[in-house]
Design a protein around this ligand. Structure first.
Ligand code: GLC
Length: 648
């Protein structure tokens, strides 16, 4: 009997499940005995209507829609039946404690396996170092098979099921994931699902003229359609690759390549592509990956006449991947990598889409405040965009393996009296050391002489002035650089969300100027800020008189402060104007605990009046958790240059 109050796809989904379930059971006659299968059916009942509806919205008109739905269910069932017991028990725990990633105990770190530890087995030996820092979330950069030579730092994947032989094997990966899990750490890997490398099996088949696999990509016999699309596209790597299409002489076709020539965009208009990638996703989940960094999400869907970024179908597809994870690997969660306009970023974040998101608005504001030595723009802009839907969280970071692009909302800049163009020009000059007030030692990335646009490369230490200060042997500036790094990380560790450390920042690794000697890296300046981890320097962390010792112990303290204080749980952050534009302030409040965080972005002391503190509800005496001191502020509170406080 049809319930006419329900939307048509709900009826359809029920009918479809009624029809498909017995067929599914029949395909796995022996495997489905036991409670595990019942759990699977239970989740199918709960999540299939959502999945069906999403797929219907994207692929509904396709004549073989139901065939594809059945294929997806088979993939889910197969994957579930192959999932090992340990992961299934994690599924159960995570289902019961869904928002675990909002805990103040979560601390993230990221690294390239080869640069950090040589290979995957080397990494297992370094787990104790990660434990020392309190890391519970480890993002390893792409480690799958990829073309020799330039492979965009591994983001050109030739097989989602084979580890790069130089790093190890799939078994090594599974063992590493299991060991991390044992030690309370979640493994995070990228899901590079917008494109494959041109050496992926599918691409190779397409090159050979396979009709089936040509449809996996966007291939055109001539420039007619690429020209039409390009009228509204923006180039992503204009230096390396000016347009969005590449002509492949061997096949006589133009292929859509948003990033590099060797990264072929997948064509999600073809439901086979979605199904195949769902299979790859579940394969990663079954290898023990707990979190997927959803790479380059804005580009998934393309339509003529649009900029082919952030289109509605991209959201629907990510939600469909999410629904599949809920059915077949419920412990798996997603983090979105949407480096787009601030207001677009949040659209990817919800429990139905990506539970987590990088927080580029915070990242760029921090660098801006550092250069400007004030927090005006940040205080004006962040409160408008910080709040996330229930159950979601930011991943707060200072920098990652990519460049820093000045993704402010222009409107916000005008509102505080800044000219967006001129201010971006200032920041680029500042961070490349070309401004009189500069301490940064970065380099421009993808400079577009026509528009003047550019982004910045550089390690945290080099951008914070450590490289310059050490080179000049300037002790005061060295001290200030250390303070800057710890102040920025202080904010990252205490602001609502998961803090993400780029491993090496905790010992102040500076830019690597040797990267152009490696032909695989020479063409991509982002290698400037991806130095090899220096284990000799890391040894100095034990000596409190060294730069490494000061940074590491400072970072460790921040990590402990976060873990020991309930106020840093979840994401709620109340921004406050403390009456001094050099000082950035916010409250973290949770379960009866309230902590006021203050950061002085100036190289001079900054004063917050006692009256303002009282207005904010602070008493005369409080404790600064960072300095481990109690403070009496009868008339005023003085922050040292570049000081970060967390006061209770
Ligand atoms: C993401 C990665 C970046 C890569 C691009 C293409 O933005 O962070 O490093 O170049 O995707 O995969």
């Amino acid at each position: 009997m049809l319930d006419t109050a329900l939307p048509p796809t709900i009826h359809e989904s029920r009918l479809s499940l009624q029809r498909l379930l017995p067929r599914l059971r029949k395909s796995f006659p022996t495997e489905i005995e036991g409670a595990d299968w019942a759990a699977f059916e239970d989740r199918l009942e709960r999540h299939f209507p959502v999945l069906f509806d999403l797929l219907w919205q994207v692929y509904g008109p396709s004549y073989d829609f139901f065939f594809h739905v059945e294929q997806i269910l088979r993939t889910c069932a197969e994957s579930w039946l192959e999932r090992d017991a340990d992961l299934k028990s994690l599924d159960a725990i995570r289902e019961g404690h869904a928002h675990w990633y909002q805990s103040n105990r979560v601390v993230g770190a990221m690294a390239y396996v080869d640069l950090f530890s040589g290979d995957l087995s080397g990494l297992r030996e370094k787990i104790s170092y990660l434990n020392e820092l309190g890391v519970t979330y480890l993002h390893l950069m792409p480690l799958f098979k990829s073309p020799d030579g330039d492979d965009d730092g591994g983001y050109a994947i030739s097989s989602y099921r084979e580890v790069d032989p130089a790093l190890g094997t799939m078994d090594d990966l599974r063992e590493l994931a299991a060991e991390l899990r044992q030690q309370g750490m979640s493994l995070v890997l990228d899901f590079v699902f917008n494109h494959t490398s041109d050496e992926h099996e599918w691409a190779q088949q397409a090159r050979k003229g396979s009709e089936e696999f040509e449809k996996y990509y966007w291939m055109f016999p001539d420039r007619e359609e690429p020209d039409q699309y390009e009228q509204t596209l923006r180039p992503i790597f204009p230096d390396a690759h000016p347009g969005s299409f590449t002509y492949h002489t061997s096949i006589g076709k133009w292929v859509w390549t948003t990033f590099n020539n060797f990264q072929w965009d997948l064509n999600y208009k073809n439901p086979d592509v979605f199904n195949a990638m769902a299979g790859e996703m579940l394969y990663l989940a079954n290898a023990g990956v707990e979190m997927l960094r959803m790479d380059a999400v804005p580009f998934l869907w393309k339509e003529k006449g649009t900029n082919c970024e952030n289109l509605e179908q991209a959201h629907l597809l990510i939600q469909a991947f999410n629904a599949i994870a809920r059915i077949a690997a419920p412990a798996l969660i997603f983090k979105s990598e949407a480096i787009v306009a601030p207001d677009e970023i949040k659209k990817y974040v919800s429990e139905e889409e990506c539970h987590l998101s990088y927080n580029p608005p915070l990242m760029v504001q921090l660098w801006n405040s550092l250069a400007s030595r004030n927090a005006r723009l940040m205080l004006h802009s962040l409160p408008k965009r910080f709040e996330l839907p229930q159950g979601c969280s930011w991943v707060n970071y200072l920098r990652c393996h990519d460049d820093i692009g000045w993704g402010f909302e222009d409107r916000d800049m005008w509102e505080v009296g800044m000219n967006p163009h001129d201010h971006r020009w200032f920041l680029n000059h500042f961070f490349t050391g070309n401004h009189e007030s500069s301490f940064g030692r970065g380099r421009l990335f993808q400079h577009n002489p026509v528009t003047g646009d550019a982004r910045i490369c550089g390690t945290t230490a080099s951008l914070c002035g450590l490289e310059k200060a050490l080179y000049e042997g300037d002790e005061l500036q060295t001290e200030y650089a250390i303070r800057r790094i710890l102040m920025l990380y202080g904010i990252i560790f205490t602001m609502g969300g998961i803090p993400l450390i780029y491993l090496g920042d905790e010992i102040g690794l500076v830019n690597d100027y040797d990267y152009p000697e490696d032909p695989e890296k020479a063409g991509d300046d982002r290698w400037l800020h991806r130095p090899s981890f220096d284990w000799e320097k890391a040894e100095n962390r034990k000596n409190p008189d060294t730069v490494e010792g000061k940074l590491f112990s400072g970072m460790l303290k921040l990590s402990q402060i976060r873990k020991n204080n309930q106020a840093f749980h979840e994401t709620r952050t109340e921004f406050v104007d403390v009456g001094n534009h050099h000082v950035f302030g916010y409250f973290r409040v949770h379960e009866g605990q309230s902590i006021l965080c203050l950061a002085n972005f100036n190289d001079e002391p900054a004063i917050v009046s006692a009256t303002r503190l009282r207005q904010l509800g602070m008493r005369k005496t409080f404790t600064d958790l960072v300095a481990g001191q109690s403070i009496v502020a009868t008339e005023r509170l003085v922050l040292e240059p570049l000081q970060f406080m967390a006061i209770l």
